[in-house]
Design a protein. Structure first.
Length: 356
């Protein structure tokens, strides 16, 4: 649209100003609520009006007319009106008035459907403690069926039924860390059963690190270490062993030795030498380092041999160093150098009993 401005010029209408959201606007919004922990009860509160009216009558009967008849008479029979004692001592003018028991029909109307067991359960939130217990049990079964194990656990805590909650998780193999935390309050025997089931679940899911960690809670230190070793987790196994076992335990040296052999097979010379040193096998560390045939590597190997007091290896290492130094100073090709020094170091390695 073309409009006239105050200056007499014609132009387009100014754009409409957009409403910007302010802090006060967002503060007025209601925060989103999570899903109800009681879905059965919540659904019944949104039932049709006829069914809601039937629920109200049943609640009134349960709470105000005693518990002599909680069952709805079969359809086709005339229900006996329930009698509730009603006594009024004063009327509105203050005069004494006495009423005898009055028959009040609190049975469901004929145009409503017959209440089912679900209806009986759903009114438990407003009715007697027995009906409330039935409601909570039904809600827990509902969550368990739909694999909402955390919600079922919460209801078990609310109802102080720890043993049933934990046993259900054990039977269905759905033990979680939360279930373990709750199982402690059910006694040591229940906790150990839940812990054993949880470890078995972790192994089935190939979560061996977590399984070994929880095995430590049972005191199965060696079994946990062996589990890690069986899966080739030498680094984790030796860490656990050094943290949990005596520093002089033979198991630590065995782990380092086995790890060193695997690293040496994979030609990870430096890493293998570290493991041999940690396994208190310095001779094997020096011999594996001799596979590095460069002059700088040989000199470093000689230093390691001196520090670890492997003096019987020094003559051969010195001979390899001299040959490597002589070849570096000459004009020979790289291939010839490596081959010559390699022959010397091979003779040294093979000449040592138990060499690598």
């Amino acid at each position: 649209a073309v409009v006239s401005t105050q200056s007499g010029h014609y132009g387009r209408a100014p754009p409409k100003q957009q409403h910007t959201v302010t802090v006060s606007d967002t503060a007025k919004r209601k925060p989103a609520r999570g899903k109800s922990l009681l879905p059965i009860s919540s659904r019944q509160d949104h039932a049709p009006k006829e069914q809601q009216g039937d629920h109200i009558l049943r609640i009134a009967r349960d709470l105000y007319c005693g518990s002599r008849d909680h069952e709805t008479p079969p359809r086709g029979r005339d229900p006996t009106p329930l009698t509730c004692p009603v006594s009024v001592s004063k009327d509105i003018t203050g005069n004494d008035i006495t009423f005898s028991s009055t028959s009040i029909d609190l049975t469901p109307s004929e145009n409503t459907s017959s209440p089912s067991s679900t209806d009986d359960i759903s009114i438990g939130l407003y009715s007697t403690p027995d009906r409330l217990s039935s409601l909570v049990a039904a809600e827990r079964d509902h969550h368990t069926t739909h694999r909402h194990h955390h919600q079922a656990l919460l209801l078990g805590i609310w109802s102080s039924d720890i043993a049933t909650t934990v046993n259900t998780a054990i039977i269905s193999r759905t033990v979680t860390e939360s279930v373990l935390a709750v199982a402690v309050y059910g006694g040591l025997e229940l906790y150990n059963r839940a812990l054993e089931c949880y470890i078995s679940q972790l192994k089935s899911n190939k979560d061996y690190l977590t399984a070994a960690s929880y095995m430590l809670l049972r005191g199965d230190v060696y079994e946990a270490i062996d589990l890690l070793l069986d899966e080739g987790l030498h680094r984790e196994a030796v860490t656990m062993a050094r943290l949990r076992l005596n520093p002089d335990d033979e198991k630590i040296r065995q782990i380092f030795g086995g790890w060193a052999m695997r690293l040496e097979t994979d030609m990870q010379v430096d890493a293998a030498a570290k493991c041999y040193l940690a396994a208190q096998n310095p001779e094997a560390a020096v011999l594996v380092l001799l596979k590095r045939r460069a002059l700088a590597s040989l000199r470093r190997t000689r230093t390691v041999a001196m520090v670890t007091k492997q003096v019987h290896l020094l003559p051969g290492i010195d001979r390899a160093i001299e040959e490597s130094q002589r070849l570096e100073e000459s004009s020979m090709g790289e291939e010839v150098k490596v081959e010559t020094v390699g022959t010397i170091t091979d003779e040294l390695i093979n000449g040592i009993p138990g060499g690598c």
